[in-house]
Design a protein around this ligand. Structure first.
Ligand code: TYM
Length: 328
């Protein structure tokens, strides 16, 4: 089976964007691949001003429980924390040294997050660590949302550069990005991506996987649309399009089917229907989350088994890379 690897950074509460763009795809396709999924806790440190140690600890536990609640199965997927597999940081450093700063400065996420800030070195080298995450496992596919496309391109470039400088070591991975739903937009502003960090400060921006039903309904009913009042398939504004994308991603229907159903309907009807659909999806996830999260010892066991299995694979690649550069 081809190998996939992906992860989520432990900043903020996971949103329906993370679910649609990443988690749901990972869970649904588990039987097709050999799976490695991790929590990017090292990546959570890149904006040090935002670190609260207790929050980070709580969040990491929450995300693991959500992985399981969304259907990731420790029997079929290796689930682990990035910081528990030291090979990530070691190969990350080697990649820092192999990667021209100009490549890192070109990353759009760096450009937007560093604006007006006093960015840390880690924010700049973030994608080199991400390349290490992927390349350590010789992953063939990396299932992600659209915003990670450029980072995966860079991982390919780093792999090629290392391979040609030191000798063949890394498989060149491909991004796996769904056609519809790979970029869910903010409900409060359909021109910007729904983001878990923005959700912290902007009420009505996101649908959080752990939000209560009332809050979810309210966010959807208040979602920004346009001056019109009914869905017009010939003329879809970004806000209405985003609601349709959410609907089709969660129902599994095609755009044609979704439009046939809602064309000519008032925005209120679309929103009410979408809210019910979202709550139907999220309710069982929250129920499982509460069960798993409350159990003592279980998450710890999943993570320690996962780290052991992950390290077995990662260490083989790391040793080869270290040998090739002369560290062995
Ligand atoms: P992160 O934590 O920002 O997002 C996790 C996953 O969710 C996807 N996603 C979305 N998909 C659709 N619509 C949205 N609005 C939306 N927002 C987020 C992301 O594309 C991602 O797939 N750098 C990564 C974490 C990472 C990683 C890796 C991923 C670290 N190392 C190695 C893959 C492989 C990140 O910050 O994702």
């Amino acid at each position: 089976k081809p190998r996939v690897l992906s992860g989520i950074t432990a900043t903020g509460n996971l949103t329906i964007g993370n679910y649609i763009g990443a988690l749901s795809v990972w869970a649904e396709e588990q039987d097709r691949y050999e799976n490695f999924f991790f929590i990017a806790d090292l990546h959570a440190l890149t904006i040090p001003e935002a670190i609260r140690a207790d929050d980070l600890r709580r969040r990491i536990r929450e995300i693991v429980a959500l992985y399981l609640a969304c259907g990731l199965d420790p029997e079929r997927s290796v689930l682990f924390l990035q910081s528990k597999v030291p090979a990530h940081a070691t190969l990350g450093w080697i990649f820092d040294c192999v990667t021209p700063v100009s490549w890192l400065e070109r990353m759009t996420q760096y450009k937007s997050k560093s604006q007006g800030a006093n960015p840390s070195g880690g924010l700049l080298t973030y994608p080199a660590l991400m390349a290490a995450d992927i390349l350590l496992y010789q992953a063939q596919f990396v299932p992600v949302g659209d915003d990670q496309r450029q980072h995966i391109e860079l991982a390919r470039d780093i792999a090629n550069r290392f391979n040609s400088m030191f000798g063949d070591c890394f498989r060149i991975p491909d991004a796996l990005i769904r056609k519809s739903g790979a970029r869910i937009m903010g409900l409060d502003d359909p021109t910007s991506k729904m983001s878990k960090s923005k959700a912290e400060t902007h009420e009505g921006h996101a649908i959080g996987l752990l939000d209560d039903p009332k809050k979810i309904r309210k966010a959807i009913m208040r979602a920004v649309t346009d001056a019109g009042s009914a869905v017009d398939r010939e003329n879809l504004s970004p806000g209405v399009d985003n609601l349709l994308v959410l609907h089709e991603a969660l129902s599994g229907a095609t755009r044609e089917e979704t439009l046939d159903r809602f064309d000519g309907n008032g925005y209120g009807t679309l929103k009410k229907d979408l809210a019910e659909l979202v709550l139907d999806k999220i309710a069982p996830i929250q129920t499982r989350f509460n069960e798993i999260h409350g159990e003592t010892g279980y998450l710890e066991k999943v993570l320690s088994d996962g780290a052991e299995k992950a390290a077995e694979v990662a260490d083989v690649t790391l040793n080869r890379a270290m040998e090739l550069v002369g560290l062995r």
